[in-house]
Design a protein around this ligand. Structure first.
Ligand code: SAM
Length: 395
């Protein structure tokens, strides 16, 4: 990947030569070029800014130096490249009015072969530079966040670091980027610990010393979900329903209502499948309370009433989904579909597939699961009168 930086403060970008990016340059994975924009000025004072048309405070970066820099760096676009937009270089303008920088955007930019960063200063860059760049390259206007920096260099550094660490061969241990905050699960990372085992009276959580990979994965996932719910509930996007209601984690106090809803829903299942031998129908209040501690359970309330629930649990590498229930009067309103999407979205990074089962004659459920990408697996063992459905995890 080749990266170019246009800036009036080239020294600001010296950290690009440090640490991992520096190593990637040495190994040939990255080709970095920092350019002083002033080399494309023609006056004695190397002027790169001027007063704004229309008046107002501050200065605006002039178009000519950027234009000449693009001419030299990107040159005339060959005809075959012009015909294939995907082969064009990408020009990133760092600006607080751009699209927010996210992990998804970093993943997208990591697929590019050539990125030119245009670092703004003062009040920003003459708009015609951006309009012109769109004719010769893919343009992305990117913001680091909802605050204003003095210049685009810090933003260019941050974007570079987020992008290049995703390049194959960049990280010594590729697995370390799979289970991070903002990775596919959309959750924040769980707390991490290292030696010593006890430090200033504080112990490492016992589960991490157990050697039990299943328990460790479950604990980490639980911590991730809690942390995300506390610090960044906005990341649990699928939990917000169209009517403004929310899918939230169940608490022990939900057990009594869950039991009532479960009995109502599985009475329907019993009728549809002509069988009373359905475990969900026979569980006690204590069973439901115990299950709440063992599964990640989510519930939906409407006007205070518990109307829907679903749960998930890691079983090896499969995310076991179960007890999906919607109050009879709200069935067919899309709640089940949203719950199913939610429980898949919160599956831990270690899950490579989803698995669930339902009654062989529960046609409505089977239709819903099939529409969500699940496939019946008659060859897999299932409880009597039930059928297993599975779905591989995307990516
Ligand atoms: N007048 C501009 C505005 O209100 O949008 C802010 C200009 S800022 C003082 C100067 C330069 O810093 C911008 O052109 C941009 O390159 C960079 N910059 C400032 N805040 C940024 C942010 N949140 N994300 C990315 N770049 C930023």
């Amino acid at each position: 990947m080749r990266l170019d930086y246009l800036t009036i403060f080239p020294d600001y970008l010296a950290p690009l030569r440090l640490s991992l990016p520096g190593k990637a340059v040495e190994s040939g994975l990255l080709d970095l070029h920092v350019h002083d924009l002033r080399q494309w000025t023609r006056d004695r004072h190397h002027t790169t800014d001027d007063t704004p048309y229309g008046g107002g405070a501050g200065m605006v970066m002039k178009p000519e130096p950027f234009g000449e820099a693009f001419d030299e760096l990107l040159g005339p676009v060959p005809e075959e490249v012009a015909q294939q937009p995907s082969r064009r270089a990408t020009v990133v303008f760092t600006t607080p009015s751009g699209e927010p920088m996210t992990q998804r955007l970093a993943e997208e930019l990591a697929t590019r072969e050539r990125i030119v960063f245009a670092c703004g200063r003062y009040e920003g860059i003459d708009q015609r530079v951006i309009d012109h760049a769109r004719e010769i390259a893919e343009v992305r206007e990117i913001s680091l966040g909802d605050y204003v920096l003095n210049g685009g260099e810090v933003a260019a550094l941050a974007i570079t670091e987020a992008v290049v660490r995703l390049l194959p061969g960049f990280m010594g241990n590729a697995a370390s980027i799979v289970e991070e905050s903002h990775s596919e699960s959309g959750l924040l990372e769980h707390p991490v610990y290292t030696k010593p085992r006890e430090w200033r009276g504080r112990e490492v959580p016992e589960v991490l010393l157990s050697g039990d990979h299943g328990r460790i994965a479950a604990w980490r996932h639980d911590q991730s979900v809690r942390r995300t719910a506390e610090r960044r509930p906005d990341l649990l996007a699928p939990s917000v329903l169209d009517d403004g209601g929310e899918i939230v984690r169940a608490v022990p106090a939900d057990a009594a209502e869950l039991l009532v809803l479960q009995r109502a829903c599985w009475a329907q299942e019993a009728l549809a499948n002509d069988s009373l031998a359905i475990p969900a129908l026979h569980e006690s209040y204590d069973d439901v309370r115990t299950a709440l501690a063992e599964w990640d359970t989510y519930v939906v309330r409407r006007a205070g009433r518990l109307v829907a629930a679903v749960r998930g649990r890691l079983d090896g590498t499969a995310w076991d989904i179960g007890r999906m229930m919607v109050a009879p009067d709200l069935q067919g309103t899309g709640l089940g579909r949203r719950l199913l999407a939610h429980i898949q979205a919160v599956a831990p990074a270690g899950a490579s597939s989803y698995v669930l089962f339902t009654g062989v004659r529960s046609e409505r459920n089977i239709r819903l699961y099939k529409r969500a990408g699940f496939r019946p697996r008659v060859e897999l063992p299932a409880p009597p009168g039930a059928i297993v459905l599975t779905k591989p995890r995307r990516g």
